[in-house]
Design a protein. Structure first.
Length: 289
């Protein structure tokens, strides 16, 4: 039976998200493996991995909100915005008051513009920004809109600042710390980061990747429906509509309002992601039949 499902993994510090994917890939080289949402080597926590055809669901996982716990050191800056870069301490740095930090945190909540870090995986002219930065170039990274639902200071004892963050996908936490520090006339570098949730995928439910083997991989796979839950409406198809979808044909769903739906069979198995066509009919954008 072909593998088709998700893994909620707890990435250890010191490895890239790509390395984590490679660890799973080596367990069964016959299937594709891909991850949703990069974590830097410094960071730990939830990385959701798609196995088999579930790699085609990664884009929906990336839409899910994220939660983090982060630690910043104030009064210093870094080329990478974290402790892995060259650090420069501010001369005569003045410790900010907690009240000022709280006010700055409130101003960084909601829809905000964020300038991504130079050392990031974003592409500029076909090249990764971090490759340009390592070559001594300054990548042209424009500010983009992100959403910060919650930025809470949980502990502050200068220079250490601890926060929890709930935010949209695509938010850079080290850049959030950079901006928070700048708003109070200081600078900050991230010293630790843990992703505690991606949507309903919680750190408390995550797996240590070291326990996985080629023999137990299948039993640890989660239902691929979890990749679209909360992202789109679910609909059980009739046998005839399933047949048409399986053959790449469009179907009519007169009572469906959204422009995309997760299509299930009568056993609740995910069989397709359907998208509305200009003529109002629906056709499979992702077909798993």
């Amino acid at each position: 039976m072909q593998l088709f499902g998700l893994l909620n993994l707890n990435k250890p510090a010191g490895i890239t998200s790509r390395r984590l994917v490679d660890m799973i890939q080596r367990l069964d080289r016959s299937v594709k493996v891909g991850h949703a949402g990069t974590l830097d080597p410094l960071a730990t926590g939830v990385v959701v991995v798609g196995v088999g055809h579930a790699t085609r669901l990664v884009e929906y996982l990336q839409e899910m909100p994220k939660q983090y716990e982060a630690v910043f050191l104030l009064g210093r800056s870094s080329t990478t915005e974290d402790i892995e870069g060259a650090i420069t301490e501010l001369p005569d740095a003045v410790p900010p008051a907690r009240e000022a930090l709280e006010e700055a945190a409130r101003s960084l909540s909601g829809e905000i513009e964020q300038r991504p870090p130079a050392f990031s995986a974003l592409k500029v002219g076909g090249r990764r920004a971090y490759d340009l930065a390592r070559a001594g170039e300054t990548p042209d990274l424009r500010a983009r809109m992100v959403r910060v639902d919650e930025l809470t200071i949980t502990h502050y004892e200068y220079p250490e600042l601890r926060v929890t963050v709930k935010c949209s996908g695509g938010t850079y936490i080290r850049s959030l710390g950079r901006d928070l520090a700048e708003l109070v006339g200081s600078a900050g570098v991230m010293s630790a980061l843990a992703r505690t949730a991606v949507g309903d995928f919680k750190l408390s439910d995550s797996l240590d990747p070291e326990i996985l083997t080629r023999y137990n991989l299948a039993e640890h796979l989660l239902d691929p429906r979890l990749a679209v839950r909360g992202i789109m409406e679910e609909l059980t198809l009739s046998a005839e509509d399933q047949r048409r979808v399986a053959h790449g044909l469009s179907i009519t769903l007169p009572e469906v309002q959204p422009d995309r739906v997760a299509a299930l069979d009568d056993t609740t198995r995910l069989v397709a992601v359907l998208e509305r066509r200009p003529d109002g009919t629906f056709k499979a954008a992702k077909n798993f039949t």
